[in-house]
Design a protein around this ligand. Sequence first.
Ligand code: ZN
Length: 250
Amino acid sequence: MSRYGIISDIHGNAHALRAVYEKLGALEVDRIVCLGDIVGYGPSPTKCLDLVLSYCHEIIKGNHDEAILDPDLGRYFNSSAMLALNWTREQLSAYHLHAISHMKTRIRLGDSLLLVHDTPVLHDSAYIHQLQHAIEAFDGLEKGICLHGHTHLPTVFCATPDGEVTMKLLADGESVTLSPENKYLCNPGSVGQPRDGDSRASYAVLEHTSPDAEAIFTLYRTEYDIAGAQNEMHAVGLPAALAERLGRGT
Ligand code: ZN
């Protein structure tokens, strides 16, 4: 059996990422999978990239990572995200840009695991918040489990063989057993900018054996030094609204 630590949407928050790594170490995961958006919004993009490149076995490129390389994509961002994006780009070295450019947007692990940032539907970047979005996203997943991020919400969507789709928002310590007959979209929530009203960093562990066996997806939350992250954001001149939202978890 493999125990995967699943992290996503770190967004330049090294305080949160270090806290999550510590917990994943204690949970004795075999490998760590990062589902993208390593940078953007937060004050420590280079530290976060270094930590992800050092400790993650699989790394997906998110839309904020991609927008570092292609500023044109930033036109879809709101003004504070755009400011943070431009500031982040100035902090990165040629090494970091090179590393981002080599990240993939889609990785298959064996027969039953697919890693993406947003949705399994090719050439789409939808946010899977609700049942309707999940119904459309399941069209892009032939079978098995898709691990994704992007919404910053810890969710599991399930599609049964007869087409019934259900949604579950996960709380700290909550597990979902994943049956090999169904298809699943599993989101570990956001390490560095949670948006479900819980300001604690969010991450997950997937226990997985083979495509024909049940798997278990467990969501965890951990406290981290939010004030430390906010102070750094103020110190480097990032928009105050981005610092405030960390305290609210929105
Ligand atoms: Zn994100």
